[in-house]
Design a binder for this molecule. Structure first.
Ligand code: F6P
Length: 563
């Protein structure tokens, strides 16, 4: 099915819910409304369009919305049956219909421990058993009780995984750096580019290194190739296969493949097919997080996510943070033609959050057929991108302020300073506040003229007039401010769960299955076909002319460099 942009020339068709037409009319009415005027007309706007859940505050007042907009968006959620789908997810129904699986990352952090039934079985006992097993293992490694083959303690943990088996733990370990065990360094290897594994292992001592091979399927080519390389690297020094048990553990749903790799099943931490890869950091995939910060902190992160789950489950839609965030995204995506969503953390510890959310969101909602396999004619998931905001200001913010595209942005800020450098933090906070204000207000021509002193006697030369135009900011650019009291395991858990549920709600409104990822298969399949061709003796001619030529160029270089 062609993408809606090709088929409809970039115009998003109407969403399949009756209120969509009303929203389209409303959007036309809103075209000439400037947020500056909305703020001027309503001193209580910020208060009315803000919501606090625990230590997380969402200020969504700097959006192109009125009460009427929010009322219509809530109607959209109702027509799409967000509440019904939410019940189906929490109830363990197989809402991942193309893989016939339940979607239950919420069970992994179900700290209330109420039964969660899948196929007639309460999954909570096995969820809790794995958390306990992880805790016992992490405790031993962190205390030094777990020794390597030479009797030394483990100082370095290397996680080998990719996608959901890498991005989540890596982001969380970075985010929780202040809580990290002082004698434990964490490393993450994902890339199949040999430069990654080589560089990561270069400074490590096999006798004090623990490898976690993390793969839901335990068949992912990149991960398995890196894991085999790591095992060879380890054995080059350790010599005996028997030592592997002290240095390699696995996290997977595939016991057979783990055993075939040579890892003792006793050293395998299990999870289940109802945990999507990109939603798996709450499962045993979070083992590196637990090794870094300890079981107690890890459980605090689960508890934070659970608190957001409870809010999402219980709060009415118009007071529901994930629902509001999702609807605002839909508003710009489907009614303003916004193509992307920027994630801008003003917290160094959250620097990997944009990459993490990229997978969570784009692999979930980057779909062009609906739940029933019917092609859609409306825009679905946006392009998620971003970087730490303060660096972004000196790189890509120019386009946000004066470019021709509408880029809704989420500014994520921790209020308490992460270090004793108060002045640094004050500057950071002043900047993020200035950015949201500038994006919303802009600067009018008149304000610019006054500031430049170019208005003399009420007129200006045409040259000065043209120059002024370069300094005018239209403003009216939407943004959300997400304020954490401070970044802790608990608030990190809340933040990630907030985005997970936002993605869920958007998937419901776009009528998608957000939990499969067939779009990544074709490339993998073709790579498997191309791989043997790279060392074929004869010229390759079975592809299109471009691919043939690229393969053959590589073959020549390869033949030259390998003799
Ligand atoms: O190729 C995409 C993907 O399947 C992701 O969904 C997943 O997170 C990643 O690959 C890694 O998969 P695995 O954990 O099975 O190695």
């Amino acid at each position: 099915m062609p993408l809606y942009v090709e088929k409809f020339g970039g115009e998003s068709g109407a969403l399949p819910w009756p209120v969509s037409r009303v929203l389209q009319t409303h959007r036309t009415q809103m075209a000439s409304t400037h947020m500056r005027d909305l703020f001027a007309a309503d001193p209580a706007r910020a208060e009315r369009f803000s919501l606090q859940v625990g230590d997380v505050l969402l200020d969504y007042s700097k959006n192109r919305i009125t009460d009427e907009t929010m009322r219509l968006l809530m109607q959209l959620a109702e027509e799409a049956d967000v509440t019904g789908w939410r019940g189906r997810m929490f109830g363990g129904e197989k809402i991942n219909n193309t893989e016939n699986r339940a979607v239950l990352h919420v069970a992994l952090r179900n700290r209330g421990n109420h039964p969660v039934i899948v196929d007639g079985e309460d999954v909570m006992p096995k969820v809790n058993a794995v958390i306990e097993k992880m805790g016992a293992f992490a405790g031993q490694v962190r205390s030094g009780e777990w020794r390597g083959y030479s009797g030394e303690r483990i100082t370095d943990v290397v996680n080998i995984g990719i996608g959901g088996s890498d991005l989540g733990p890596q982001m969380a370990v970075q985010a929780l750096a202040p809580y990290r065990h002082p004698q434990m360094k964490l490393h993450f290897i994902s890339n199949i580019d040999g430069a990654h594994v080589k560089a990561a292992l270069e400074s490590l001592n096999p006798a004090t290194t623990l490898f976690i091979v993390a793969s839901k399927t335990f068949t992912t080519q990149e991960t398995m190739t890196n894991a085999h390389y790591a095992r060879t690297w380890f054995l080059a020094q350790a010599q005996e296969d028997g030592h592997i048990a002290r240095h390699f553990v696995a996290v997977s749903t595939n016991r057979e493949a783990v055993t075939a790799f040579g890892i003792d099943p006793a050293n395998m931490f299990e999870f289940w097919d109802w945990v999507g890869g990109r939603y798996s950091l709450w499962s045993a995939i979070g083992l590196p997080i637990m090794l870094a910060v300890g079981a107690e902190r890890f459980i605090e992160m689960l508890a934070g996510a659970h608190a957001m789950d409870a809010h999402f489950r219980e709060a009415p839609p118009d007071q529901n943070m994930p629902v509001i965030l999702a609807l605002l995204g839909v508003w710009y995506n489907n009614f303003f033609g916004a193509q992307s969503q920027a994630i801008l953390p003003y917290d160094h510890a959250l620097r990997s959050l944009p990459a993490y959310l990229q997978q969570a969101d784009m692999e979930s909602n980057g779909k062009s057929v609906d739940r029933d396999g019917k092609g859609v004619d409306y825009a679905t998931g946006p392009i998620i991108w971003g970087a730490t905001g303060i660096n972004g200001q000196h790189a890509f913010y120019q386009l946000l302020h004066q470019g021709t595209r509408l880029v809704p942005a989420d500014f994520i800020v921790s209020l308490e300073p992460p270090t004793e450098l108060q002045e640094h933090h004050d500057i950071l906070i002043a900047n993020v506040l200035a950015q949201t204000e500038a994006l919303m207000r802009g600067r009018t021509r008149e304000e610019t003229q006054l500031e430049m002193g170019s208005l003399e006697g009420g007129s200006e030369s045409s040259q000065a007039g043209a120059f002024v135009q370069h300094k005018v900011f239209d403003g009216n650019h939407p943004s959300n401010a997400i304020l954490l009291q401070t970044l802790t395991p608990h608030t990190l858990g809340m933040l990630i769960a907030l985005y997970e549920h936002k993605i869920f709600v958007q998937g419901v409104i776009w009528n998608l299955n957000s939990y499969d990822q067939w779009g990544v298969e074709l490339g993998k399949q073709l790579a498997r076909r191309i791989l043997p061709e790279l060392h074929a003796d004869a010229m390759v001619s079975s592809h299109d002319a471009s691919t043939n030529s690229l393969i053959n160029q590589y073959r020549c270089i390869r033949q030259r460099t390998t003799g």
